[in-house]
Design a protein around this ligand. Structure first.
Ligand code: ATP
Ligand code: MG
Length: 571
């Protein structure tokens, strides 16, 4: 065994699934082979919940020197499309994973197995393990029984294999209408597990499939397809969310029957369930996300407020921060809610070190330094990153007229306010100490300009700077040199932590203030930022140049997250 893989696996945070893999390796169950798969249905865009499954499956494969397959579980012809396939491929790649090993690409489609799935269904029929039921859907539902009562066998349950085979072939040939017959596994109508009461394996659907076109009018069910796809691909550990726990006996039954029939050899893939990710202030149901898009509550799948992978990408989250988040939340068997602040915290922890700093004024008001020469533009310098002097310095001019934040001035300040008010001194960050002298107002009483004088001997970085003790330190940009930019201040899409809990109408929990667009002023140099470049606007938070709307020399910014978690607290 190669030691590199052991090191990586040992270094990763452990969880019960890794313990199972370790145990299998100790017992040489798979001769050290580890193959997982991520099996999305291409019926929508991936969301942050899928990221958990992606990081888990691809992460285990990576750490054990194995491979994770990307498999499209595409057996519902009506809802699937190439658009979704492409978006899923992009999302997984962007998260930093791939599905190649030793020059082989492990990208699969369940629809490529239709022939074999069909062949195995005939085999089960021949072996007396499946039958064609001709009851209506209502009859089947009515005879299925309940948790307390056993089901009633179908009157068609004892059809001979010959009769079943004939009917199944005619189903495939298109001789019957939808719903006229289904193929069912012949297991146990009185099983305490409802999934084992002769579950459907195939149904008739006259639907066009985005890959197989009109070739098929019988389509296999998810439970039948999934285990067989795993076995065909040689998956060792098939990880899925907890709602499939009750389906595991069926998963095992189908593979056991096919192993008995000589189709597969043992050991057979093992299904292992883990808890799904529920993130507060977000929704992780594809159906509900689709509703947000189609009803226009957001600007599309990649709206920066959407918990889709394309949405969080556009919002500015990094692949590293998403992987960090998934590591932090871990993997258990207990369903729980993870607070949005954990996700945002991972972004801050990732970007704090990486993001260059810059000044931006988001709610500008003029500051006029009355004793500053009108034609002077004096260069000031600041570190690109306060903890990384090796990343160099940025230079920007101070001039007589500046932009500052509107709330950095108050005419009559409350106790504890240390910024600008008449008679008070503050430091202009990386510049001079100033003393406020007053403000100009319009006829409605709104402040249109703040006035001050500066102290020429107080410049940051000079000896004189130490002679001034001030409590306030505010950021600013030169009004004559700043870059005007559009900034989109995004906030959480929902105002309640569990917008769809208890079957509630999640639309009622939409946050009406989740998007605010402002015209801001950015430190000169900002025009060099490329789409998806991220930075910290000092005192404000982390921002990204929008990947679609930024133009050369004219970036448009999205707020990713503020500097600290202030959600729900008064501003
Ligand atoms: P659908 O309602 O369409 O079935 P789904 O969310 O289950 O939606 P799939 O495409 O079937 O979507 O999911 C692919 C994989 O991602 C599955 O293995 C599924 O268990 C996993 N997954 C989906 N949602 C979550 C989640 N919230 N947390 C963790 N894993 C998830
Ligand atoms: Mg699913």
């Amino acid at each position: 065994m190669n030691t590199e893989r052991n090191d990586a696996a040992a270094a990763a945070p452990s969880n019960f699934i890794r313990n199972i893999v370790d145990e299998d390796n100790r017992n040489s169950k798979w001769s050290g082979r580890v193959e997982t798969r991520f099996p999305p249905e291409p019926n929508g865009y991936l969301h942050i919940g899928h990221a958990k499954s992606i990081c888990l499956n691809f992460g285990i494969a990576r750490d054990y020197g194995g491979v994770c397959h990307l498999r499209f579980d595409d057996t519902n012809p009506e809802k699937e499309s190439v658009e979704y396939v492409e978006s899923i491929v992009d999302a997984v790649r962007w998260l930093g994973f791939d599905w190649a090993k030793d020059g082989k690409t492990h990208l699969y489609y369940a629809s490529d197995y239709y022939d074999r799935l069909y062949e195995y269904a005939e085999l089960l029929i021949e072996r007396g393990k499946a039958y064609v039921d001709s009851q209506s859907a209502e009859q089947m539902r009515a005879t299925r029984g309940s948790l307390t009562e056993p089901g009633t066998p179908s009157p068609y349950r004892d059809r001979t294999p010959e009769e079943n085979l004939d009917l199944f072939r005619r189903m495939k040939a298109g001789e019957f209408e939808e719903g006229a017959h289904v193929l069912r596994a012949k297991i146990d109508m009185s099983s305490p597990n409802l999934n084992m009461r002769d579950p459907a394996l195939y149904r008739i659907r006259y639907a066009h499939h985005y890959r197989t076109g009109d070739r098929w009018c019988v389509y296999p069910m998810y439970d039948y397809t999934h285990c067989i796809s795993d076995a065909l691909e040689g998956i060792t550990h098939s990880l899925c969310t907890l709602e499939f726990e009750d389906h595991r006996p069926l998963y095992d039954w189908i593979l056991d029957e096919l192993a008995d029939a000589g189709v597969f050899t043992r050991p057979l893939p093992q299904q292992i369930e883990f808890s799904r990710l529920n993130l507060t202030y977000a929704i992780t149901s594809k159906r509900k996300l689709l509703q947000l898009v189609t009803e226009g509550h957001v600007d599309g799948w990649d709206d920066p407020r959407m918990p889709t992978i394309v949405g969080v990408r556009r919002r500015g989250f990094t692949p590293d921060s998403i992987r960090l988040f998934c590591d932090r939340i871990g993997v258990t068997k207990v369903d729980s809610w993870i607070d949005m602040s954990v996700f945002e915290g991972a972004l801050r922890d990732d970007l704090d070190d990486k993001a260059p700093r810059t000044a931006a004024v988001l709610d500008p008001v003029k500051l006029i330094i009355d004793n500053f020469p009108a034609d002077l533009a004096e260069p000031c310098t600041a570190p690109v990153h306060p903890h990384h002097p090796e990343r160099g310095e940025r230079t920007f001019p101070i001039t007589r007229e500046l932009w500052i934040e509107r709330d950095d001035f108050m005419e009559t300040p409350p106790k504890g306010y240390f910024r600008l008010f008449p008679g008070n001194k503050v430091r202009l960050r990386y510049g001079y100490v100033i003393e406020c002298t007053g403000a100009e107002k319009d006829e409605h009483g709104n402040v249109v300009a703040v006035h001050c004088n500066y102290f020429p001997d107080s410049r940051s970085g000079t000896e004189g700077a130490n002679n001034y003790k001030v409590k306030g330190n505010i950021h600013w940009v030169s009004a004559t040199h700043a870059l005007p930019v559009e900034v989109r201040l995004y906030d959480r899409l929902f105002k309640e932590a569990q917008p769809d809990a208890g079957g509630r109408d999640f639309l009622e929990a939409l946050n009406p203030d989740s998007k605010r667009v402002v015209q801001a002023y950015l430190e000169p140099g900002g025009e060099k930022m490329q789409p998806e470049d991220r930075c910290q606007f000092e005192r404000h938070g982390y921002f990204v140049a929008d990947r679609y709307d930024s133009k050369p020399g004219k970036p448009v910014f999205n707020r990713i997250v503020g500097l600290r978690d202030s959600w729900g607290k008064p501003a």
